[in-house]
Write a protein of this length. Structure first.
Length: 256
């Protein structure tokens, strides 16, 4: 009698596990991100249109610099994901690279390197939500292998092939970080740099932005193309636009 009871108990557990698995799949095809899910966005300024044409023309070493609120990172993410999700080309992944520099020192952050970096992925979560109209878009893109986030801390020694690399907040990178990142560009990859000298968070004496030196080098290369955004390109809000223009009038904006 006891044996029968145990056997019945095991059968019930197996049936319950199978039912649970059926109703809660690890990864459903219905949740996967596809090219058809990407919303369509048209350029809202002349400089945005200039970038679209530059990208469409095959640019593979591009800089997007200038005023905040003009959509630099958004535009880079939009065109890059559009190309990666298109199965007719060789690009397999968008790789976002960023230096993990806080605007204020918040002390020691517990957890693994991946957990420490999560806070710096928030902008890309928000952009992906806008691009696809779903809150889980960034996470899904990573799970499907279409997107990856790497900090400059962990980028040495790797080669990034068949990818579109976006170096975001480039003004927060030292010359060593920027030269290391571009040294990771592998076969059939392209690289985009986004930044604004006005938003430099490197305040420690031993940490100096390397963007100026990097641009001196890049602008001497025939492969390099660039779009410099001005306060007139700001689309975030009228308040941001008027504030940045007021800063420019008072000579508070560094030249990009």
């Amino acid at each position: 009698m006891a044996r029968k009871s145990v056997a019945t108990s095991r059968t019930e557990v197996l049936e319950q596990d199978e039912t649970k698995h059926q109703h809660q799949p690890a990864f459903s095809n219905a949740l996967k991100i596809k090219l058809d899910h990407l919303k369509t966005f048209e350029p809202l300024s002349e400089n945005q249109a200039k970038f679209f044409e530059m990208y469409k023309g095959g640019g593979y070493f591009i800089g997007l610099f200038g005023s905040p609120g003009v959509g630099k990172t958004f535009l880079a993410m939009y065109r890059s994901l559009e190309e990666v999700l298109d199965k007719t080309n060789n690009f397999k992944q968008v790789v976002v690279v960023r230096s993990v520099v806080p605007t204020r020192d918040v002390g020691f952050l517990p957890g693994s390197l991946e957990e420490k970096q999560e806070i710096y992925e928030l902008p890309y979560q928000e952009i992906s939500e806008t691009l696809f109209g779903r809150k889980d878009a960034w996470q899904r893109l990573k799970e499907q292998g279409y997107a990856r986030f790497i900090s400059t801390t962990a980028i040495r020694g790797i080669s990034i092939d068949d990818a579109i690399i976006i170096v975001d907040e480039a003004q927060n990178c030292t010359w060593g970080e920027l030269s290391t990142v571009i040294g990771r560009v592998g076969h059939r990859s392209k690289i985009l740099f986004c930044g604004d000298k006005f938003q430099n968070d490197l305040t420690k004496k031993h940490d100096q932005s390397g963007l100026g030196t990097f641009l001196d080098v890049a602008r001497s290369m025939r492969e390099y193309q660039e779009v410099i955004f001005t306060p007139d390109d700001i689309i975030r809000s009228s308040l941001v636009k008027n504030f940045i223009k007021a800063c420019a009038d008072k000579g508070l904006l560094p030249a990009n």
